[in-house]
Design a protein around this ligand. Structure first.
Ligand code: GDP
Ligand code: MG
Length: 192
């Protein structure tokens, strides 16, 4: 098992600064089949083709955004929770969250709201970066959730929103760059 499985939530001293090794744990949440592994997989192939020993569900990447490098540890938590004590731990250990639903699956959209509520309950005194993602926009004819609904949901739940297609690699780079910017905003705002 990966060492990270045993890591506890961000400690008081870490705060929004990331772990002591400068990594930000970004946890992907969402129903099975919405495309979490596919979204992370794009990065794996593009940036780290040769890294064979990578655990499938943990992926470290360094993004250069606005001329500055930031390292993310992307965690596809649905894979992890099969082996450990599940969602509660995931809700405590992330520095940032990507909540994914499929625009072709209304029940996954409802699950995303539920996850957001659980996250707020678990981390109520923290201002953690969260991005709501409507994936599979390429499946135009089987769409069940409109872009307006997604956007409205993000307003209600006070998080960022983006629609993506992992298959077409549409907006995936934008998603992860947006996450890096969110993390930096929190970091810059952290000093009183
Ligand atoms: P996970 O369970 O959330 O990790 O979902 P996966 O990444 O394993 O994807 C589940 C299925 O949806 C797979 O068959 C993917 O090929 C497919 N899939 C994922 N993203 C997209 C997308 O953007 N468009 C389409 N058409 N299929 C997708
Ligand atoms: Mg998966």
């Amino acid at each position: 098992a990966a060492e990270t499985d045993e890591t506890d939530g961000p400690s008081k001293s870490e705060g929004s600064e990331g772990t002591s090794d400068g990594l930000f744990r970004v946890i992907l949440l969402g129903d099975p089949g919405v495309g979490k592994s596919s979204l992370v997989g794009i990065f794996r192939r593009e940036q780290d083709r040769e890294s064979a020993e990578q655990q499938q569900e943990l992926y470290q990447c360094t993004l250069t955004v606005d001329g500055e490098d930031t390292s993310l540890l992307l965690m596809d938590i649905c894979e992890i929770q099969k082996r450990t004590d599940g969602c509660n731990r995931a809700l405590r250990m992330g520095h940032a969250y990507i909540i994914v639903y499929s625009v072709t699956d209304r029940s996954s959209f409802e699950s995303a709201s539920e996850l957001r509520i659980q996250l707020r309950r678990t981390r109520q005194y923290e201002n953690i970066p969260i991005i709501l993602v409507g994936n599979k926009t390429d499946l135009v004819r089987s769409r069940e959730v409109s872009v307006e609904e997604g956007r409205a949901c993000a307003v209600v739940f006070d998080c960022k929103f983006i629609e993506t297609s992992a298959v077409l690699q549409h907006n995936v780079q934008e998603l992860f760059e947006g996450m890096v910017r969110q993390i930096r905003l929190r970091r810059e705002g952290a000093d009183p």
